[in-house]
Design a protein. Structure first.
Ligand code: SF4
Ligand code: SF4
Length: 481
């Protein structure tokens, strides 16, 4: 034992204890490390949970272990910050780093869409965009200015990412093609790597577009809500006609012919569409998606399609069933398509402890058809949230204000929550829609977030014990989505 801790009195620090694969772990907060407990360290934590103890008192209370083993376990717990002295650790508060280089650019090529999905945040009752008088489609000059701005403000990064978004992204496919060529040449000239992805409703896919996406290794996420009766509940054309019959054959063709990147489905769960297992089986087994991610609709609780607390409980039950299937597959070394688990496990594995819930306004920005810069694609065309313009770059004061509001230190309700390294208060956009402030924690989701994080910790721990090689897959997984 070190002299510095020899005579001190110890108490538990901040952690979440869990069991996995028959072993005991703690998830350390705020460092976000996962620490496996041996028998003696587990007993020490039991005793400290009841009352503070000194090292000598612990050795006396644990006569079944040699004092040296108790002191060693205590030292390990102290060094990993699972326990602390009354003085605490005095960790300096993290601040938003000044001039953090960008890593991802989301280009909203158009704010127009050929569908009228009733829950859409761009057009529904929670719309925050103010597109009147602004261009509906991005033009070439704005697109090249946006790429040039992105390359300038990402100085120092070797690998970059551009995502194309809409409205419906493919309504401006000619511009997308030109941007890919322009940005790729620019990256090659600067010796940097650049990859692309897009999100689409799949209605406008053609064999030529699919060929282009495959040849250029462009990752594709398709917004789709499951089998026909579920997808067509809310994903409709302006006539009210469902979109499933149009997109299903196109999606099958995309999956058959685009083999250079995994193709993902993104499902929006609503009060009407929440049968997670049925949706997952359809999208993977009948259509053939390699990744499926689910997100509950992010609207005000008043909306008819908003999922209430009991609906969320049912969703979490189904998530649990699917997540345990993911675990079983992982233990057998197989890939499972439930990407919500992969995303959370990647963050746990990498020890991510977030100052902010996501990269919005930090490593990631959205650019709208007008060239306005926003924290992310969901704030595009919303004047109060504009952070600058691609012609002159980011307004650093506005960026600092957005990041300070969204920083975990500004969210007092989160300060005693063990899930904050992963959650950090949740989506800024949803916070604005629900509470009128991008920096407000999404407190309507806390039980859900903690339940989900606890489940993923158990799965992570069990994989770490029984098939640790599987976790190598997450070493380099991207964290900015
Ligand atoms: S929003 Fe809720 S779950 Fe998330 S960090 Fe804050 S208190 Fe925890
Ligand atoms: S989590 Fe919310 S704020 Fe962050 S990038 Fe996604 S939509 Fe934007």
């Amino acid at each position: 034992m070190s002299a510095a801790v020899d005579s001190a009195v110890y108490r538990p620090a901040e952690f979440h204890r869990f069991e996995a694969g028959g072993r005991q772990f703690v998830y350390l907060v705020p460092s976000a490390g996962v620490f496996e407990l041996n028998e003696v360290s587990g007993r020490i934590l039991d005793l400290l949970a009841a009352a503070p103890h000194s090292a000598e008192m612990l050795a006396e209370r644990l006569p079944q272990y040699a004092p040296r083993d108790v002191f060693e376990a205590l030292e390990e717990l102290y060094q990993s910050h699972a326990i602390q002295t009354p003085e605490g650790f005095h960790e300096p508060p993290q601040q938003p780093p000044p001039q953090f280089p960008l890593q991802s650019l989301v280009l909203n090529l158009t704010n127009q869409c050929n569908l009228s999905c009733q829950y859409c945040y761009e057009f529904g009752e929670d719309k925050i965009a103010t597109p009147d008088g602004k261009p509906k489609f991005m033009d070439w000059e704005t697109a090249t200015q946006a790429v040039d701005y992105f390359f300038r403000d990402s100085a120092g990064r070797r690998s970059l990412h551009i995502t194309f978004f809409g409205g419906e992204t493919l309504m401006n496919f000619p511009l997308l093609k030109r941007v890919v060529e322009y940005a790729r040449n620019k990256a090659a000239g600067e010796g940097r790597s650049l990859d692309f992805s897009l999100t689409t409703n799949a209605t406008l896919l053609t064999p030529q577009i699919i060929q282009f996406l495959s040849e250029n290794q462009i990752g594709v996420t398709v917004s789709i809500d499951g089998p026909k009766e579920m997808n067509d509940a809310l994903r409709v054309f302006s006539t009210g006609k469902g979109s499933y019959d149009i997109i299903a054959p196109k999606v099958k063709q995309l999956l058959a012919e685009h083999k250079t990147r995994p193709i993902a489905a993104r499902v929006t769960l609503t009060a009407q569409v929440a049968d997670v297992l049925k949706i997952f089986r359809h999208l993977t087994e009948e259509l053939g998606f390699q990744e499926v991610g689910f997100a509950p609709v992010t609207t005000s609780s008043k909306a008819l399609y908003s999922i209430g607390p009991s609906g969320l409980d049912r969703v979490l039950e189904q998530f649990r069933e699917l997540a345990l299937e993911y675990r079983d597959w992982a233990l057998a070394g197989r890939h499972h398509a439930f990407s919500n688990v992969s995303d959370t496990i990647a963050e746990i594995h990498q020890g991510v402890s977030k100052s902010h819930p996501c990269g919005a306004g930090l490593g990631l920005v959205g650019v709208g058809p007008s060239g306005d810069i926003s924290p992310c694609h969901r704030f595009v065309d919303s004047d109060p949230h504009t952070l600058g313009h691609v012609s002159h770059g980011m307004d650093r004061d506005k960026q600092a204000d957005f990041l300070t509001r969204g920083h975990i230190h500004s969210k007092y309700d989160c300060h005693s929550c063990w899930a904050r390294p992963v959650c950090a208060g949740g989506c800024h956009h949803e916070a604005f829609v629900r509470y009128g402030d991008t920096g407000h924690p999404n407190l309507h989701y806390c039980d859900w977030i903690r339940g989900w994080t606890d489940l993923c910790l158990q799965i992570y721990g069990e994989i770490a014990v029984r098939n640790p090689e599987f976790l190598a897959h997450f070493d380099r997984r991207k964290t900015l989505q």
